[in-house]
Design a protein around this ligand. Structure first.
Ligand code: 5AD
Ligand code: SF4
Length: 473
């Protein structure tokens, strides 16, 4: 699977068996429970997309505000939380094998909780398959976490939060952010699209947007804390609909975030092609702080397959959006997601995806073999593609994309780009960071300290997935 960049906003997954259950408590009270929670330490492991990563930052914030302390290992923790992904079968399988590893921990008196998409999808069945688990909480129920923690602290043994029938968003007083330079900020949760392969609408519930004034207030706080890059998050971030009377459009929100003193970069992901309107491109043209990168998943280059996927656009309509972005007065990098081997995808359909890649010349892409997921409409579709054939198509697609990226990166040699420095290599004088177009740049500099600063980097070489360069002082 190609994953050159780290912005897989993975959607979710899974299919819940009952989407409207509220928090339910089974009052059993083994002595070890209160004792374990009482220790007040937690270990939080996260799988999946950026939305999940950011949810974990918020969950950690809730726990810290409650007086818990975060520790680095499950051994040191009283409470072990596992934020799961179920977008594809492989991710879901991983969860149960990890839960198997955590089994022994319960006998040591630790509390084990499963959060996220697989929790939503499997619900209380998790207690059947892994009876050592005490908390099952889907991502649409995180608002109830303090209440659920109180129930655990009171000694309740099986606590669940599986409600997706909500119009609330998950906002916290305090989010513990992992990245000291780039702050992720959810502006829209859930998804109202109905792509036939996707569990997200079931696991994350219906689309709900956060109030624009609340978003801007948090951006101001983040700027005061020293964050200079903001990444707005949502499964379909550009479907944002301000619930306040201001009715601020997404493009205007981008400009308003960029306008906050101290903010130097604004990113957003993931965009849905059908809601990608010209005013977003205009905002990118007029405000250089809005980063020159759009992640615009196409999924397939064949209109027939797109229809079966219920993607709400044709190949031609998608290409019109690409032409609009390419027509901007600034160069804008475009990346995408592709699924190969969707039921009924013929060799001719697949070739249309390859030809789309040639036409668009993406800067990067994430590619996946179709994975049938519980309760999704495509689960029952006929003409399944054999796994071996899916694997072949994936390899062909990735080979072709590698060549495209090589050629695109080669053209950047000699240019100078601004990089937000976020990493330092163990090798002396080597640093790394991202360009506005979200290309990873590894570069040399004799400077003593660069982390968190913006520097100019001259590109001297390139690989398909990164740029190599030197600091221009
Ligand atoms: N099988 C394979 N890939 C999937 N994705 C979503 N659901 C599935 C599935 N059932 C991919 C899509 C989406 C990305 C986050 O994951 O390409 O854009
Ligand atoms: Fe899933 Fe489609 Fe929603 Fe994306 S837009 S999260 S692929 S249903």
């Amino acid at each position: 699977m190609s994953k050159p960049f780290d912005f897989d906003i993975g959607r979710l997954t899974g299919s819940g068996n009952d989407f409207t259950r509220a928090a339910v408590v089974f009052p059993q009270k083994p002595e070890t429970f209160t004792e374990a929670v009482g220790r007040g330490t937690f270990f939080l492991e996260t799988f999946g997309c950026q939305m999940n990563d950011h949810d974990s930052e918020k969950v950690a914030g809730v726990l810290l505000a409650r007086g818990y302390r975060q520790v680095e290992t499950p051994e040191a923790a009283g409470l072990i939380l596992y934020n799961t992904c179920s977008i594809r079968e492989k991710a879901a399988q991983k969860v149960f094998s990890r839960l198997g590893e955590y089994r022994a921990r319960q006998s040591e008196g630790k509390i084990i909780g499963v959060l996220g998409c697989l929790a939503q999808q499997e619900g209380e069945d998790i207690f059947e398959r892994a009876p050592w688990v005490s908390l099952v909480c889907g991502s649409a129920s995180y608002r109830k976490l303090p209440e659920m923690l109180a129930q655990l602290e009171a000694g309740n043994h099986r606590v669940t939060g599986l409600d997706t029938d909500t119009d609330e968003t998950f906002e916290t007083e305090m989010t513990r952010r992992d990245n000291p330079f780039r702050a992720y900020l959810t502006i829209i949760e859930g998804c109202d699209k109905a792509c036939s392969y996707c569990v997200v609408p079931y696991t994350r519930g219906p689309e709900r947007s956060r109030a624009s004034d609340s978003i801007l207030r948090e951006v101001r706080q983040l700027a005061e804390l020293g964050y200079s890059e903001i990444q707005l998050l949502g499964q379909t971030v550009n479907s944002y609909k301000d619930p306040t009377p201001r009715k601020m459009r997404f493009a205007k929100l981008l400009l308003a975030v960029a306008d906050v003193p101290g903010i130097r970069r604004v990113r957003f992901t993931t965009s849905h092609p059908s809601d990608f309107t010209p005013d977003i491109v205009e905002a990118m043209e007029t405000e250089p702080k809005v980063c020159e990168h759009v992640h615009l998943p196409v999924q397939s280059g064949s209109t027939k397959v797109l229809r079966a996927m219920q993607r709400t656009y044709t190949r031609e309509e998608y290409l019109e959006k690409i032409a609009m972005i390419r027509g901007a007065s600034r160069p804008i990098a475009i990346t995408t997601d592709i699924i190969v081997g969707f039921p009924g995808e013929t060799e001719a359909d697949f070739e249309q995806t390859l030809s789309l890649l040639d036409e668009v010349k993406y800067d990067s892409l994430f590619s996946f073999k179709y994975s049938p997921r519980p309760n999704t409409p495509s689960l029952k579709m006929e003409d399944a593609i054999p796994e071996v054939e899916k694997g072949r198509r994936l390899a062909v697609l990735q080979d072709q994309q590698r060549e495209i990226q090589k050629a695109r990166h080669a053209k950047l040699i000699g240019e100078t780009h601004e990089v937000l420095v976020s990493g330092r290599s163990r090798r002396e004088n080597q640093w790394s960071g991202y360009t506005s177009s979200y290309r990873l740049a590894n570069f040399s500099s004799a400077a003593q300290e660069l982390l968190g600063t913006y520097v100019q980097v001259r590109v001297t070489g390139a690989t398909p997935n990164s740029l190599v360069g030197e600091h221009v002082v």
